[in-house]
Write a protein that binds this ligand. Structure first.
Ligand code: PAF
Length: 292
């Protein structure tokens, strides 16, 4: 299928890879850089900050909006994932009309075979999200690799909220010898500390307010990490969530930032992070904090 290419407030919007690739080739000069922000839409301030960084650091910025079916292990989650393309286009256009948007169909990406490639991420995929969302990271690896092949970015920007995803993408780039710098960007938070996420759109105002508990738990865990063992903190977090009826704790893990293996005994030469996933009214929220 050949793509449409129309201008909305002078923005270049593509829904087909062939036209996008021709266009990118036509604007690329010898030393010009392409910055790339892959998203699944329902854009929030966190996404816009990635785009802003890309606009500063590159001559051209491409944003993709694609709800990737192969990374959803739960069909209901895929079905309910917010899809707000018109508002997303408005948000991008108000940031910069220079941003090039790629919003493909499932057919344009998967060409009739909606399947994941199987990756070996040296064990990064077996921790946390990997345990609770079987196949998720093969889906992420598949789509990100495919998008990188289409967009050929110099720099690609990912939020640190999905820190495990960030490490997985870096590993995928390394193992496949792709010529892309993968850049991790700080987490954007609501005033009450709730990490910005497209999934927050599905929360009620009360749930959003109550979800402040997630970041509050992480910041207290960080404080406790100075003097307590990883096990003591994990037990404390489990107790907090057992006492709270609105949230179900899926996991809390203190892990080595690079291997993502659980911290059994602290090593002062290593960097650690706390990772958390909770479920509020069937909506899964994740967050993370650097501990040292
Ligand atoms: O983080 C996301 O929104 C998605 O996992 C990504 C990187 C766009 C791949 O579908």
């Amino acid at each position: 299928m050949f793509a449409f290419n129309f201008n909305k407030k002078d923005m270049h919007i593509f829904n087909g890879k062939a036209a996008l690739m021709v266009y990118l080739k036509s604007i690329k000069t010898l030393n010009s850089k392409i910055g790339f922000v892959p998203t699944m839409g329902a854009l929030h301030q966190g996404h816009l900050s990635l785009m802003q960084q890309s606009l500063i650091e590159n001559e051209n910025t491409v944003v993709s909006i694609f709800v990737n079916p192969t990374q959803f292990n739960n069909p209901e989650d895929l079905l309910k994932y917010p899809r707000t393309l018109d508002q997303d286009i408005e948000k991008i256009a108000s940031l910069s009309a220079d941003i090039i948007l790629y919003a493909p169909s499932v057919e344009d990406i998967y060409e009739g075979k909606i399947l994941s490639q199987t990756f070996n991420f040296d064990g990064l995929e077996n921790q946390m999200e990997g345990k609770f969302r079987p196949g998720h990271f093969n889906g992420v690896g598949t789509i990100v690799k495919r998008l990188f092949e289409i967009v050929t970015p110099t720099n690609a920007y990912f939020g640190k909220k999905d820190f495990q995803q960030l490490q997985i993408v870096k590993m995928m780039v390394k193992k496949n010898h792709l010529d892309v710098n993968v850049i991790g960007c700080e987490i954007y938070r609501e005033k009450n500390g709730l990490a910005m996420s497209s999934r927050n759109e599905r929360l009620t105002e009360l749930e959003k307010k109550d979800a402040a508990l997630i970041y509050k738990t992480l910041t207290t865990a960080k404080e406790k990490f100075k003097t307590n063992s990883s096990k003591t903190i994990t037990d404390w977090v489990k107790k907090i969530f057992t006492e709270n009826n609105s949230f179900e704790l899926e996991y809390f893990q203190i892990a080595d930032e690079s291997s993502l293996l659980p911290c059994i005994r602290k090593n002062k030469n290593k960097k650690y992070r706390a990772f958390i996933a909770v479920i509020v009214n069937n909506i899964r929220l994740i967050d993370t904090i650097s501990l040292n």
